[in-house]
Design a protein around this ligand. Structure first.
Ligand code: GDP
Ligand code: IMO
Ligand code: MG
Length: 444
């Protein structure tokens, strides 16, 4: 029963959507297990772009089961719009299943997210303002409203009243906001329930059945390790756990269901929103990377902060996730730089050197990147399809990363298109490689 987790190893936007879509070809089901529509996952097929926020990146493969697991927070309006947009583009969405236990983003969560940011002023996190934090807060406070509640008017109304009661004070500025009217909100959400009903299921059981049949399940992460609420750069993080361990909780399977953990990292680093970023650049190189890499948020359109690859943070992510494989995306964006720099350690405020990611917030906030310089290459690599097609300096760069992390690089992205990848020798040893043999479904 092979289960494979695909997770972001940086601050999100590593190219998880592209890698998941590619690997889903060999999977039978794709499961999102955390986050919400703060995620923006891009897939480019034959020059056509697809942006997904809630629906798993396996949806473009006809006949695959796509699951929104219990660990995801769902804005039902966004989900319905996403479904409609896919249907309009002739995508078969009948394989989508939504956990009845997933929590719902409510209108007050959106208002509280923005109000919370406004209150923080210059200390704001730079959230996507999609209501993610307030929704997870209600889940933990046991005041959440779940997908199953959409199917019972009486329960839904009661739960909305109970959830809004403790928020009365903070919602006072929005008293006149029509989205907060109890009757209108209940009716709106009941309508969503009707629209989504055919997709609602016991997804934990469903995923188990797929695994038990010997089929391949891909667990698709959103965000990245450095945005993890427990292990990331708190408080500048999201409100869920994007690390692989959360795949179990957010999908409802045990740890033994996961056989491989694939981390995805760009060949450099980006971050959207506020918070520490030791290898951040503020010069021409930063702008060159941003322009060449198209580094603008998929969800909010904000320019992404850019910097050299941070191997201290990446090694930390490799440990947190027990990565068995690493996909390096956007290597093509580094073509044309004479020299490439890589952050191999941090220097603290008092000059202390850190090889490992510091746990202390104050240290991290003052840490600067110690850089190692490597030779660059000038060739356009967008057409390379094997390691031997790559310039020697690009191969050396990948080897340097591998040696530093002690995780094999299995897949290399050389352009946004789904065909623009290189499978390495190590990649061919993995369960998902195009050359790997596999058990037929039902053989488990
Ligand atoms: P995700 O959130 O991790 O799925 O990543 P995003 O979709 O938010 O951002 C990644 C961006 O990089 C998207 O615009 C992708 O189309 C693009 N992309 C992915 N892999 C590559 C690659 O290897 N090269 C280039 N140039 N672009 C890539
Ligand atoms: P994908 O899945 C990049 C960032 C926000 C902000 C912080 C908290 O596309 O990689 P939130 O709205 O989650 O409360 O915001 O997290 N953030 C992301 N950054 N990619 C994402 O998702 C992100 N999802 C949230 O910018 O700094
Ligand atoms: Mg993204």
């Amino acid at each position: 029963m092979p289960g494979i987790a695909i997770v972001g190893a940086q601050w999100g936007d590593e190219g998880k959507g592209k890698i998941t879509d590619l690997l889903a070809e060999r999977g039978d089901a794709v499961v999102r297990f955390q986050g919400g529509n703060n995620a923006g996952h891009t897939i480019v097929r034959e020059g056509v772009e697809w942006k997904l926020h809630l629906i798993p990146s396996g949806i473009l493969h006809p006949g695959k089961t796509c699951v929104i697991g219990n660990g995801v927070v769902i804005d039902p309006k966004v989900l319905i719009d996403e479904l409609e947009a896919l249907r309009a583009r002739k995508v078969d969405v009948s394989g989508l299943r939504i956990s009845a236990n997933a929590h719902l983003i409510m209108p007050y969560h959106l208002l509280l997210d923005s109000a919370g940011e406004a209150k923080l002023g210059s200390l704001q996190i730079g959230t996507t303002r999609r209501g993610i934090g307030p929704c997870y807060a209600d889940k933990a406070a046991r005041l959440g409203i779940r997908v199953q509640d959409l199917l019972d008017e009486k329960i839904l109304k009661k739960k909305i009243v109970a959830a809004m009661e403790p928020k009365r004070l903070s919602l006072r500025p929005f008293e006149k906001d029509p989205s907060l009217d109890l009757k209108a909100m209940t009716e709106e959400y009941l309508t969503y329930g009707h629209q989504l009903e055919r997709h609602i299921a016991d997804t934990s059981k469903l995923v188990w059945e797929i695994l038990d049949a010997g089929a391949m399940v891909i667990f698709e992460g959103a965000q990245g390790a450095m945005l993890d609420i427990d292990h990331g750069t708190y408080p500048f993080v999201t409100s869920s756990n994007p690390v692989a361990g959360a795949a179990c909780i957010g999908a409802g399977v045990g740890p033994r269901a996961i056989d491989e953990v694939w981390g995805v990292s760009k060949a450099y680093t980006t971050r959207v929103g506020a918070g520490p970023f030791p290898s951040e650049l503020h010069d021409d190189v930063a702008e060159q990377i941003r322009t060449k890499g198209g580094e603008f948020g998929t969800t909010t359109g904000r320019p992404r902060r850019t910097g050299w690859l941070d191997l201290v943070a990446l090694r930390y992510a490799a440990r947190l996730n027990t990565l068995t494989a690493l996909s390096i995306t956007k290597l093509d964006v580094l073509s044309g730089f004479d020299r490439i720099q890589v952050c191999t350690s941090y220097k603290g405020a008092e000059g202390a050197e850190f090889d490992d990611f510091p746990y202390h917030q104050t240290v991290l906030h003052h840490a600067t990147a110690e850089l190692t310089e490597l030779p660059g290459w000038t060739e356009d690599i967008g057409e390379c399809r094997s390691m031997s097609d790559l310039p020697a300096a690009a191969v050396d760069y990948l080897r340097f990363i591998e040696e530093h992390l002690r995780v094999p690089v299995t897949l290399v992205g050389v352009g946004p298109g789904r065909e623009q990848v290189i499978w390495t020798e190590a990649g061919n040893e993995t369960l998902l490689s195009p050359s790997a043999s596999r058990r037929p479904v039902g053989a488990g």
